[in-house]
Design a protein around this ligand. Structure first.
Ligand code: NG1
Length: 407
């Protein structure tokens, strides 16, 4: 769902109220994403398979003359923010939405000739802190606005890499999946994202495949406890890798997940891991290598248009995220169960987990049954703000972020 004319008109009103005249000159649209499969492995350098979706962050902006970034938000929960352009910007308090603005601006100002600031209004049709990448979409949108007012041409992959780094400003040690898909997506496709070097390979999505997004109604706010859990897992993965590499005789300088996966088939790797790891580290390692293997098999199933095979891999991914990576929640499990009972071929959490959204995969003939069952059985008994459609919708494979003129 691109924001329609009405949404843009609403944003123009907010713009006029906060920022006066002249009106905005451009709009950026930066899509959210769902990761179809390949969870918690991007920061381990292993390929993932996300797709951009039709819901997005929208930023209306105009250049200003005082080297300042001034941003209002159409959602009153996020107060206006303002700061001077600089290559070294002190953050707002932890958890403040303005830190995503600062993350993008500081990174570009540190590396490019950035002298002109902008005034902007942000709107969103994405659920917030839901594992559909609203934060990265915001970072990308701000970077594209700043690049535009400064006449900078930055190749998409280059910008994705820079913004993945930039987002660490908010304290999460994430991978580069979200920024890459936001900037590289092509309509009607998912993309296999590979790392080191970053690249995106589009894979068409068959016409009759449907992806249902269902919010668990718990936010996965990556500024507090969830961020600590996320960062803890990145460290656990690193420690597990060090031990398994040492066990296999791989030099520390060459110890990456890609190297160990190239050295042994998955079954042998798991055998090796069992003799040098136990408890939590063994579980984390098992998730990472089996998930990486599932991504490759899922890409083949997608290319073969084999929905049932893809669905089984999605199910296995959810079991691994629940049991070995321990990032699912009772609500996410319940969404997966309801969707499966209503005819989805597979369902799993998407994004970091610990709250946020699940994705269910279904044939076009059964999608209505799945949506209906989730509406009745998951949302029916619960209290929430907004309408069911804010939390439960069918995702369409959308294109990359873009900047267009609106004046
Ligand atoms: P979400 O939950 O959408 O913010 C996060 C990371 C991804 C990836 C997934 C788990 C950021 C910006 N995003 O996604 O890179 O690691 O978790 O697969 O940190």
């Amino acid at each position: 769902m691109q924001p329609d004319v009405r949404d843009l008109e609403r944003l123009r009103v907010v713009f006029a109220r906060h920022l006066g005249r002249p009106g905005p000159s451009h709009v950026v649209r930066a899509p959210g994403r769902v990761n179809l499969i390949g969870e918690h492995i991007d920061y381990n350098g292993l390929a993932v398979l996300p797709m951009a979706i039709q819901r997005n962050i929208v930023v209306l902006f105009r250049a200003n003359a005082d080297a300042t970034v001034r941003v209002a938000n159409a959602n009153d929960a996020f107060p206006p923010r303002e700061f001077a352009l600089s290559a070294s910007i002190p953050p707002f308090a932890a958890g403040d939405w303005g830190n995503y603005l600062k993350a993008a601006v500081q990174a570009l100002a540190a590396e490019c000739d950035v002298r002109i600031g902008f005034d902007a209004v942000v709107g969103s049709t994405l659920p917030i802190a839901a594992g559909v990448s609203s934060s990265s979409a915001l970072v990308i949108a701000v970077a594209l606005a700043l690049a535009r007012v400064n006449d900078l041409e930055i190749p998409a992959l280059d910008l994705a890499e820079r913004m993945a780094h930039a987002e660490r400003y908010v304290g999460t040690h994430g991978g580069a999946m979200d920024q890459a898909i936001c900037l590289m997506a092509q309509p009607g496709t998912a993309s296999r994202i590979d790392f080191d070097p970053l690249r995106a390979t589009p894979v068409p999505i068959p016409d009759h495949w449907r992806f249902i997004i269902a919010h668990s109604l718990a936010q996965a706010e990556k500024s507090g406890a969830v961020r600590d859990e996320y960062n803890r897992r990145t460290r656990q993965c690193r420690r597990a890798l060090e031990r398994v590499s040492a066990h296999l005789g791989i030099a520390p300088s060459r110890a990456t997940y890609r190297t160990v996966m190239a050295a042994r088939p998955v079954a042998q790797l798991l055998g090796a891991a069992e003799s040098c790891l136990d408890g939590t580290l063994l579980k984390r390692f098992r998730h990472v290598v089996t998930e990486a293997d599932r991504v490759h098999r899922a890409e083949r199933a997608l290319r073969d248009a084999d929905l049932d095979r893809f669905g089984r891999l999605v199910q296995e991914s959810q079991a691994s995220l629940r049991d070995d990576y321990e990032v699912s929640t009772r609500a996410l499990d319940e969404i997966a169960e309801i969707a499966g009972a209503a005819g989805a071929v597979g369902a799993r959490l998407t994004g970091a987990g610990m709250g946020g959204c699940a994705i269910a995969l279904a044939r076009s003939e059964t999608v209505d049954d799945v949506v209906h069952a989730l509406g009745e059985r998951f949302y029916g008994p619960r209290d929430f703000t907004g309408s069911v459609e804010d939390h439960l919708f069918v995702a369409e494979p959308a294109g990359a972020a873009s900047v267009t003129s609106v004046s």
